[in-house]
Design a protein around this ligand. Structure first.
Ligand code: SAM
Length: 248
């Protein structure tokens, strides 16, 4: 997959490729990252990309011409859907990540200041995505969030043992709790089922926990999901165990 990022802070975005799964994806040539600085496409000598808003008010607005030139340059060599990172975009979720991971190329547009001239967004951006209902100072961190989430879905990046298919949201449920050595930490033991080696019991324990944690923390997810007969029984068991713990 090829990802081009248009940002006035390319060095900030570059850091996402220096660590973890994104670095692995780059090293294995599964991912190609290209950075485009709109300041390189300014017509004045001051490399200015922002100006005061028409109509007055606080802050500055990113100008359309340098952004348009940078996006067109990014597209000329790679094509790709243009994604604008914006608090006004659709909320980024796992289904969107999976859909976008199937694209050959993407161009990510990071805004700064009060935002971007609307005419640029109308003309060049195919889709806007938000990382949540809060505002950060620029689109670079949201772009990096999207890149890390995408990379986990690219074939050959994660090993089988850490497959994205079992992560929270992939199955419509939150992930189950994880444990590793030591077997006893500050008096607390690892659940005995996980030590027993019975694969079916371990699978049932994990599914029961995933259902239970989702029911406790994100009932909205559970409401959207049709449960199988086994899942309904396991969730009932989780609720009964919880009730038992509360009353003991
Ligand atoms: N005035 C804008 C508003 O209230 O919607 C906020 C602009 S913000 C300070 C500057 C840039 O940060 C935006 O253009 C966008 O690229 C990025 N940004 C901020 N919050 C974001 C979020 N929740 N999701 C995605 N991008 C965000």
């Amino acid at each position: 997959m090829r990802i081009d990022i248009v940002s006035i802070f390319p060095q900030l975005v570059k850091a996402v490729g220096e660590f973890g799964v994104t670095r692995i994806a780059l090293e294995r040539s599964i991912l190609e990252l290209n950075l485009w600085d709109p300041r390189d496409y300014c017509e004045d000598n001051y490399r200015r990309v922002d100006d005061r808003p028409y109509g007055g008010g606080p802050g500055m607005v990113m100008q359309a011409p340098p952004l348009a030139a940078a996006i067109r340059q990014a597209r000329s060599s790679g094509q790709g859907r243009v994604i604008g990172l914006s608090p006004q975009g659709s909320p980024l979720d796992q289904a969107t990540v999976e859909r976008l991971a199937g694209e050959q190329a993407l161009v990510l547009l990071a805004g700064r200041y009060e935002g971007i001239d609307q005419r640029l967004l109308d003309a060049e951006v195919d889709e806007e995505l938000s990382i949540g209902d809060y505002v950060v100072a620029g689109g670079e961190l949201p772009a990096m969030v999207l890149i890390e989430a995408l990379v986990r879905y690219l074939p050959g990046v994660l090993g089988n043992e850490e497959s994205a298919q079992t992560d929270s949201f992939s199955t419509g449920l939150l992930d189950w709790p994880h444990y590793t050595r030591p077997e006893i930490f500050e008096g607390k033991k690892v659940p005995s089922t996980l030590l027993g080696g019975n694969h079916n019991e371990i699978r049932r324990w994990r599914l029961r926990q995933a259902l239970g944690q989702t029911w406790l923390r994100r009932p909205d997810l559970l409401a959207k999901r049709l449960l199988s007969e086994e899942e309904r029984l396991l969730l009932d068991e989780f609720k009964a165990q919880l009730k038992g713990q509360e009353s003991s």
